[in-house]
Design a protein around this ligand. Structure first.
Ligand code: IVH
Length: 713
């Protein structure tokens, strides 16, 4: 690809985009945008990720502003569909325009200020609605009957897609009233329908769609297909109403809804009416926060002046209306390098290929690995280590690699060879289903999960070390932690010639572990992406297993340190572990957490100390200032560590500070601490404290604290 390196490093915001240095670079970029737009509008597949497209457009616009003499005819900045050349044969009654984009509140305020200048008065109010990531269509109703559906095409004329579009949910064949008008909106595919469409497609031997948008586009233009993938529709505009009625946008949409057409206002995101831009910004924040749970792709918010007078007076340019603007959210699909393909074996023995990725930011989350689903899928998607791949993060779905840029495949790339035996236990693989499985099932990972469950820092079951676990698993007596509670002296005795006494002791310590607090149960279950302190935080937050199991992704994110990616993983893990959790509950394992953090453990009095070494004797958090570098931690991680250790991190030293952690490069804060006589802990010791805390080494924690803090009176 031409100039890919230069392009990938550009910023998306046009206000900060760099103009191209040479005319050749500029025209090459125009060609790339046209080609990508052509792919996009024809729905062939995902040709370029949105962020790259937006960055290119921004640089083209910046270049044209700096060097107007270079501007090509029909520049993509002026033409709808970026001059992609897709022209259908049905002319539109009025052009189907595009929208200009902004990327932050600042851009939005500038747009609003410009609108006010054009109107020579403040706009009377705005609507905020989701920007649906699909394809624009215009649907003609004559006397209430749906007669024709046309794609946007180049904005002046589009293709007739009536046949397929009639299947879209939300676009009725007959309106509730015999009116003649044109409804415009977005045809799209929901996440659930996308999964179904790909099932249908791969079931017919065709490659899966990379993205719901390409799936919707492909389905809309499909002719003679043996299967029918579902489509949906939301209206966002209507043409052909009586202009004398001067309906506002919100009024017009309510009318369209009353005719039986689904509008963006009914998408679940609503269509708030805002009086000021501050209110608009707040409404966009709310939309952004909730968008991953809507069940379909929302790539931004669309802000529109609401009153008819404002819209008429603002008018439109040849490309876009002045009364509306798209506020783009960060893209849910990005490209990155696939570093390697690893094979993961789940608790139940399911064997999955996993993509290890060059870290990439997708809608605010750093993604470092993604699922490749299964080995069949991996082969069909044709991805290899070294490829530039599309990575998608949407809804509750764990990030997935949807395809590779084949034209950028390095020559050295090698085909991935699926495993011939279980990579964990060397056992046979059952390939009869799409999801491969180790034939040993749960027993395959039993040793690992049992050892984790019984460990001192989890359920702390004395006498149940590696050797006994091995014997129990080999004898087929135990495959999951809950089976431990069914063991009795008679079953244990024959194992390794265990005597009555030791068998009795072991049964007793297993049974005693039933009283452990929820935090230890959660730790022992070993949810991916949660260590001990995170398990504790989860247990303390929800206090019962029932509440934890009932938590939504949003609920999980209210726990400190749980971001969207972790929340999704935790939720998925809980679903997978549900049968074992139920089994543990049935055997009488305690599933509650004491609410007083100083009484966190029933069997280990030092646990409270391990949980919160930076607590004062009265249980309140110590105020800790970290200054200078802590080995192995960034500044944020240093502050996070303080909180993980039970303290409260502060930015400046005062009389109220309880402890100052001093690392290399520390300045005046260290001096001030000395002046005020505040205890100081060297950063190395703080790092060691963190490690000891993470390892559950209470003796070491106490020793390290003692060296820096005065012993409480
Ligand atoms: S209003 C004159 N509202 O985004 C154009 N567009 O980037 C009026 N889109 O072409 C468009 N959701 O295909 C509008 N709620 C929404 C939208 C929306 C998605 C699409 C539409 C438009 C494109 C512009």
């Amino acid at each position: 690809m031409l100039f890919m390196g230069a392009i990938m490093s550009t910023t998306v915001d046009p206000a900060h985009a760099a103009a191209f240095d040479s005319r050749a670079d500029y025209t090459a970029a125009v060609e790339r945008v046209r080609a990508a737009a052509s792919d996009y509008y024809s729905g062939s597949n995902l040709a370029m990720d949105d962020a790259v497209y937006d960055a290119l457009m921004a640089r083209i616009a910046a270049t044209e502003a700096a060097r107007p003499e270079w501007t090509v005819e029909e520049s993509p900045t002026e033409t709808v569909g970026a001059g992609g050349g897709v022209v259908g044969d049905v002319p539109h009654t009025t052009p189907m325009l595009s929208l200009d984009n902004v990327f932050d509140a600042d851009g939005l305020r500038k747009w609003a200020a410009r609108l006010d200048r054009i109107l020579t008065r403040p706009a009377a109010g705005y609507t905020v609605e989701p920007k649906i990531d699909g394809l624009a269509i215009s649907a003609r109703y004559v006397a209430g009957d749906l007669t024709q559906v046309i794609t946007r095409g180049d904005g002046r004329a589009g293709e007739d897609v009536t046949g397929q579009a009639r299947r879209a949910v939300g676009l009725p064949h007959r309106l509730t009233s015999p009116v003649t008008l044109e409804v415009r909106g977005e045809v799209f595919m929901t996440e659930a329908d996308f999964a179904l469409a790909n099932e249908l497609r791969t079931g017919h031997g065709e490659p899966p769609f990379a993205h719901p948008r390409s799936a919707a586009a492909g389905t809309l233009r499909a002719v003679d297909r043996a299967y029918a993938a579902p489509l949906s529709f939301f209206a966002y505009a209507v043409h052909g109403l009586d202009p004398a009625e001067h309906l506002s946008h919100s009024g017009a949409m309510a009318y369209v809804a009353s005719l039986g057409v689904t509008t963006t206002a009914e998408s679940g995101a609503g269509m708030p009416l805002c009086a000021t831009i501050d209110e608009v910004v707040a409404a966009i924040d709310t939309l952004n926060e909730g968008r991953l749970t809507l069940g379909f792709g929302v790539d931004g918010a669309v802000v529109k002046a609401d009153t008819d007078a404002d819209r008429v007076d603002a008018g439109s340019s040849s490309r876009a209306p002045r009364w509306g603007i798209a506020f783009k959210f960060p893209a849910d699909t990005r490209t990155t390098t696939l570093l390697s393909i690893e094979v993961q074996v789940g608790r139940t023995g399911v064997i999955t290929p996993v993509a290890v990725l060059e870290p990439v930011q997708i809608s605010g989350v750093t993604v470092t690995s993604a699922t490749l689903h299964n080995f069949d899928d991996l082969e069909r998607r044709n991805v290899r280590a070294g490829d530039t791949v599309f990575v998608r993060r949407a809804g509750d779905v764990i990030p997935e690699v949807t395809g590779a840029k084949l034209d950028e495949r390095p020559e050295t790339s090698e085909l991935f060879t699926p495993p011939t035996e279980c990579p964990r236990c060397g056992g046979e693989i059952d390939r009869s289903q799409k999801r491969w499985r180790c034939t040993r099932g749960r027993a395959c990972g039993a040793h690992e999960s049992l050892a984790y469950y019984t460990a001192r820092t989890s359920m702390d079951i004395e006498g149940l070390g590696d050797k006994i676990i091995d014997l129990l698993v080999r004898a087929g007596l135990v495959t999951d932690p809950a089976d431990l509670y069914d063991l009795d002296v008679t079953t244990l005795k024959p194992l390794d010639r265990m005597g009555d006494v030791s068998a009795g002791k072991l049964v007793a310590s297993i049974q005693a572990s039933k009283a452990q607090p929820l935090s230890r149960v959660v730790t022992g279950l070993g949810l991916r992406m949660t260590g001990r302190s995170m398990s504790r935080r989860l247990a303390r937050h929800f206090t019962t297993m029932d509440a934890l199991l009932a938590a939504t992704i949003e609920d999980l994110q209210t726990v400190e340190g749980v971001g969207p990616e972790r929340a999704v993983t935790i939720a998925a893990e809980l679903v997978e572990l549900r049968p074992i959790i139920d089994k543990l509950t049935a055997r009488g394992v305690n599933m509650t957490e004491p609410t007083d953090p100083t009484a966190a453990s029933t069997t280990s009095p030092s646990d409270a100390e391990t949980a919160a070494p930076l607590r004062k004797p009265d249980g309140k958090p110590m105020t800790v200032v970290v200054t200078g570098a802590v080995p192995g931690l960034t500044r944020d991680e240093g502050n996070e560590a303080v909180e993980r250790l039970g303290g409260k991190s502060a930015g400046s030293v005062s009389k109220r500070t309880d402890l100052v952690v001093v690392g290399e490069g520390a300045g005046s804060k260290a001096t001030k601490a000395e002046d005020l006589g505040i205890p100081i802990m060297p950063a190395e010791r703080f790092a060691a404290l963190l490690t000891a805390h993470n390892d559950g080494d209470t003796v070491q924690v106490a020793a390290l604290l003692e060296e820096s803090l005065p012993t409480p009176a």
